[in-house]
Write a protein that binds this ligand. Structure first.
Ligand code: UDP
Length: 240
């Protein structure tokens, strides 16, 4: 059952359940989209009907970001837990490594995906990263063809939202993989270019605060979070 949070329908799943769902999608003919919206992305979808339609057609929509969890609670339909996209991706790769499934990494600046490939193959012995491509290309066709030739089962598409989800909707069929996961800036993290918050911040649901302290210029993005919760309260009051 999906839970509507301000116009985006989220799967009410734990991390483990999300991974099981993704593995099940990999058994069916694709292309399937797994999306990892945070509050900023939910707000974006509210203003972009094409993006909202792509999310509505996704095979899996997991709540990335504590703000989505708070909003769901305010709306009176709580979600089980926050499922950070990066944790979901790591758990999925661990399972793929044991199954011989093939992963393609698409996105980020030139060189980043190669570096991520090296780190991920070291972290998940047995994982096959069958190809990489940076996220700064002009034409979709050759990139889709490269993915098709790599015979990838899964593609991590890291172009930022909503570009990545729209790219998947348009090119997922031609690229031939079964599952496409939109993962924003994750390749920068996997490549070691961007640090995640220490675990104690993550556990407290304060990853956003850590990121803000490291990059105060994010404040413009962050002030949207309380507004997001106010929108949720407004929707609750109006009985939506
Ligand atoms: N990016 C890309 N191609 C583009 C625009 C962005 O590959 O045309 C990459 C960018 O280098 C970064 C990621 O997409 O690695 C976006 O990261 P961000 O944290 O902004 O995404 P979010 O997780 O907020 O969606």
């Amino acid at each position: 059952m999906r839970v509507d949070v301000l116009g985006v329908a989220f799967d009410n799943v734990t991390l483990d359940e999300a991974v099981e769902r993704a593995l099940a999608l990999m058994e069916e003919d694709g292309p399937h989209l797994a999306a990892t919206p945070n509050p900023e992305i939910v707000q974006r979808a509210g203003k972009d009907p094409e993006f909202a339609a792509v999310l509505a057609g996704a095979g899996l929509v997991i709540p990335d970001g504590i703000g989505v969890i708070y909003a769901a609670k305010i709306l009176g339909r709580p979600l089980k837990e926050r499922v950070p996209g990066i944790d979901f991706a790591s758990a999925l790769m661990e399972r793929m490594a044991g199954m011989g499934k093939r992963l393609f990494l698409l996105g980020a600046a030139p060189g980043v995906a190669e570096q991520a490939k090296g780190n991920l193959e070291a972290a998940h012995p047995g994982l096959v990263v069958c190809g990489v491509h940076d996220g700064y290309f002009q034409e979709d066709g050759p990139v889709a063809e490269l993915i098709r030739e790599s015979r990838a089962d899964v593609v991590f598409v890291c172009l930022g939202a909503p570009k990545q989800e729209k790219w998947i909707a348009k090119n997922g069929g031609a690229a031939g993989a079964r599952l496409y996961v939109g993962l924003g800036g994750s390749l920068d993290v996997f490549a070691g270019k961007v640090e995640r918050a220490p675990e104690r911040f993550q556990k407290l649901g304060l990853e956003w605060l850590y990121r803000l302290a490291k990059e105060p210029s994010r404040i413009g993005r962050m002030v949207k979070l309380p507004l997001f919760l106010v929108s949720a309260a407004g929707a609750r009051v109006r009985g939506k």
